[in-house]
Write a protein that binds this ligand. Structure first.
Ligand code: TTP
Ligand code: MG
Length: 350
C-alpha cells in the first residue's frame, strides 16, 4: 500500500519554496467556514488536521498559512503515480488520488522482494515528482494499509508473514480501516481495544454484539482478508453536500435549500449514471453545529423530491433542535442494472 505524504500541501510547498519550513495547509479562504483538506507535518505538531474547520486550525496554530488547492495538478500527479506503479504490476487498486494497493506477488523485480519493490517505487516517485510517499508491505491487504501509516512521512514498514500474528495481537483496533473514532469508542466501552481482545472472543458473540462489524473484526484479527486487488471500481453512489456560512435550524429553510440548490445539483451530477443504472436508495446527511453527523436513507428506486423532504425531516429530528452546519443528499446505485455495460465501470482516476 502506497500513500503520498501530506499530498495536496506537499505539492503546494514543492511549487512554492517560500512555504518550506512553515506550517501550511490547503483549504478554502481563511475566515470562511470551510475545512482544511490537509496540512503538512509541521502544522500537525500543533494539532491541526484534515477536515478541521479553518477557524479551529488557526486557533491552534495562529501562523498557519492556508493556501488554495489545485485539483487539476493533483490529478495529473496521480496519473503520473499510476504510470510509475504500472512498471511493477498491473494489479493496482487506487483508493484515492494519492493512495493505492499494489499486488506485487507476480512482480519479478528485486527477486520478488516486496520490501525492495516498495523502496524502488518510493525512490522513483521522489526522483520524478520531487514528492515523498510512504509504503506498507504485508501479506494481507488491510494490514498493508495499516503499515503504511507507521513510518510516515517518507518511510515504510514491513509486516513479514511470520510477524502477522504478533502484530495483530497488539494492534489498536482504531488502526483498522473503517473503524472510526465513534466505532472505536463503542468497542473500547465493551472492552475491545486491541487485536488480542477480539481474538479472545468467539465469532458468534461478536456478531451478536456488533453485527456486521463484529464479523469483520473477527475475520481481520484472524488474518482473513480475501479481497483481491480491485483494478476498477464501480461507483456506488452520487452525492452533493454543502456547508452553510451560518448554521440553519428551521426545517423550512433547509427544505428550501434542498429544493433550490442541492437537488438540482444532484440531478445534474447523477444524470449520466441514472440513465444506465438503477437507483437503490435515496439519502440525506446532516452535520449539526456540534459536528455530530447523521445519515437517513431509505430503499427507493425512483428519484422523488418528496422522499428527500421526508428523510430531511427525520434526520433533522435526530438533532433534537440543534442547528445544522452541513446538509447533503445522495442516491445509491445498484451494481447490477438493466443496462450492465462497460460504461458503468468508473475508474476512480478517469
Ligand atoms: P490522506 O492520504 O488521508 O492525507 P495526506 O496525504 O494529506 O497526509 P498523510 O497521508 O501523510 O497522512 O489524503 C490525501 C489527500 O486527500 C489530502 O492531501 C487531501 C485530501 N483530503 C481531503 O481533501 N479531505 C480529507 O478529509 C482528507 C483526509 C484528505
Ligand atoms: Mg496521503
Amino acid at each position: 500500500h502506497i500513500d503520498m505524504d501530506a499530498f495536496y500541501v506537499s505539492v503546494e510547498i514543492r511549487d512554492n519554496p517560500a512555504l518550506a519550513g512553515k506550517p501550511v495547509a490547503v483549504g478554502g479562504k481563511a475566515n470562511t467556514r470551510s475545512v482544511l483538506s490537509t496540512c503538512n507535518y509541521i502544522a500537525r505538531q500543533y494539532g491541526v488536521s484534515s477536515a478541521m474547520p479553518n477557524s479551529v486550525a488557526l486557533r491552534k496554530c495562529p501562523h498557519l498559512l492556508i493556501v488554495p488547492g489545485r485539483m487539476s495538478v493533483y490529478k495529473s500527479i496521480s496519473h503520473h503515480l499510476r504510470s510509475i506503479f504500472e512498471r511493477y504490476t498491473d494489479k493496482i487498486e487506487p483508493l484515492s488520488l494519492d493512495e493505492a494497493y499494489l499486488d506485487v506477488t507476480e512482480c519479478p523485480l528485486f527477486n520478488g522482494s516486496a520490501t525492495l519493490i516498495a523502496q524502488d517505487i518510493r525512490q522513483a516517485i521522489f526522483n520524478e515528482l520531487n514528492l515523498t510517499a510512504s509504503a506498507g508491505i504485508a501479506p494481507i491487504k488491510y494490514l498493508a494499509k495499516v503499515a503504511s501509516d507507521l513510518n510516515k512521512p517518507n518511510g515504510q514498514y514491513v509486516i513479514p508473514p511470520a510477524d502477522v500474528a504478533n502484530f495483530i495481537e497488539t494492534m489498536s483496533l482504531s488502526k483498522i480501516p473503517g473503524v472510526g473514532k465513534v466505532t472505536f469508542e463503542k468497542l473500547k466501552n465493551s472492552g475491545f481495544e486491541q487485536g488480542k481482545d477480539i481474538l479472545a472472543a468467539d465469532e458468534f458473540s461478536l456478531i451478536n454484539q456488533f453485527g456486521k462489524l463484529g464479523k469483520s473484526l473477527w475475520q481481520k484479527c484472524h488474518g482473513v482478508d480475501k479481497r483481491e486487488i480491485e483494478t476498477s471500481r464501480i461507483r456506488k453512489s452520487v452525492g452533493v453536500e454543502h456547508t452553510f456560512a451560518d448554521d440553519i435550524h428551521e426545517f423550512s429553510k433547509l427544505n428550501d435549500y434542498l429544493f433550490n440548490v442541492l437537488l438540482p445539483e444532484l440531478k445534474k451530477r447523477s444524470e449520466k449514471y441514472i440513465n444506465q443504472r438503477d437507483i437503490s436508495k435515496l439519502g440525506v446527511k446532516i452535520k449539526f453545529k456540534d459536528f455530530h453527523q447523521t445519515t437517513k436513507e431509505c430503499k427507493y428506486e425512483t428519484y422523488d423530491d418528496e422522499i428527500f423532504t421526508a428523510l430531511l425531516k427525520e434526520a433533522l429530528a435526530r438533532g433534537k433542535g440543534k442547528p445544522v452546519r452541513l446538509l447533503g443528499v445522495h442516491i445509491g446505485l445498484k451494481e447490477e442494472g438493466s443496462a450492465c455495460t462497460q460504461q458503468q465501470i468508473e475508474l476512480e482516476l478517469s
